[in-house]
Write a protein that binds this ligand. Structure first.
Ligand SMILES: Cc1cc2nc3c(=O)[nH]c(=O)nc-3n(C[C@H](O)[C@H](O)[C@H](O)COP(=O)(O)O)c2cc1C
Length: 202
């Protein structure tokens, strides 16, 4: 499927058939995420693939909307705070220098910043949420192109979901993405007009 068609056809899908999502397709979804761009190439996204029915049932406790646990597959999209430590940032930056993407001069400017040495000292930079958002949308569009439906879900109890999944403290779940073969075919949802989104041409 061409990109234009995937953009056109994508909808938030909240009803799925019982058919499981084949392993090869899950791999394709993860490959689409892996190729996403990120600030200083940090790639701080991590994904937990939940297919186990018991685990999905337990997760219901931390999720407001029931359709999520009814999907054959839930991709728990997380950020890993290890990626924001000096050690890993330097690793990524040196790779960019080797790939002729970044100059030593720019790298040195980055290194002068106060970067956390330990994962316990890290916060989550705003740009990391952008990185994760891009990776999630890569998955969403790839899913559409493979005939799968998905829905971004932010309405969930982060703490409860972390507990149920026994996620380590440095892994923060940010988005849940239920994925499955669509059992509905909704038409396009309302959108504001072009005039409203374009502030102007200067
Ligand atoms: C960041 C984000 C968070 C969202 N959270 C939820 C959610 O918690 N539950 C839900 O049912 N839909 C959620 N959605 C889906 C939106 O409701 C949906 O994208 C919007 O209504 C437009 O519909 P469409 O995606 O079919 O075009 C979310 C979408 C985004 C991008």
């Amino acid at each position: 499927m061409e990109l234009d068609e995937a953009i056109e056809k994508r909808r938030s899908i909240r009803g799925y058939t019982k058919d499981p999502v084949p392993k090869e397709l899950i791999k394709e979804l993860m490959e689409a995420a892996r190729k996403a761009p990120s600030a200083t190439n940090r790639q701080s996204w991590r994904f937990l693939i939940v297919q186990d029915d018991d685990m999905k049932n337990r997760l219901q406790e931390g999720i407001t909307q029931h359709f999520v646990a009814n999907a054959p597959l839930i991709i728990v999209c997380c950020l890993d705070r290890h990626a924001f430590t000096r050690q890993l940032i330097e690793k990524r930056v040196e790779e960019l220098i080797d790939a002729n993407v970044m100059s030593r001069e720019v790298a040195n400017m980055l290194y002068q910043r106060k970067l956390p040495q330990k994962v316990e000292e890290t916060g989550i930079p705003v740009s990391a949420y952008l990185d994760l958002g891009i990776a999630v949308e890569h998955i969403v569009l790839k899913a559409t192109s493979l005939g799968l439906g998905s829905c971004w879900v932010r309405m969930f109890d982060q703490e409860r979901v972390s507990e149920i999944l026994s996620l380590p403290l440095e892994i923060t779940p940010v988005v849940l993405l239920p994925v499955g073969y669509p059992a509905e075919n909704p038409s396009m949802r309302p959108r504001i007009s072009m005039e409203e989104i374009i502030l102007g041409f200067i």
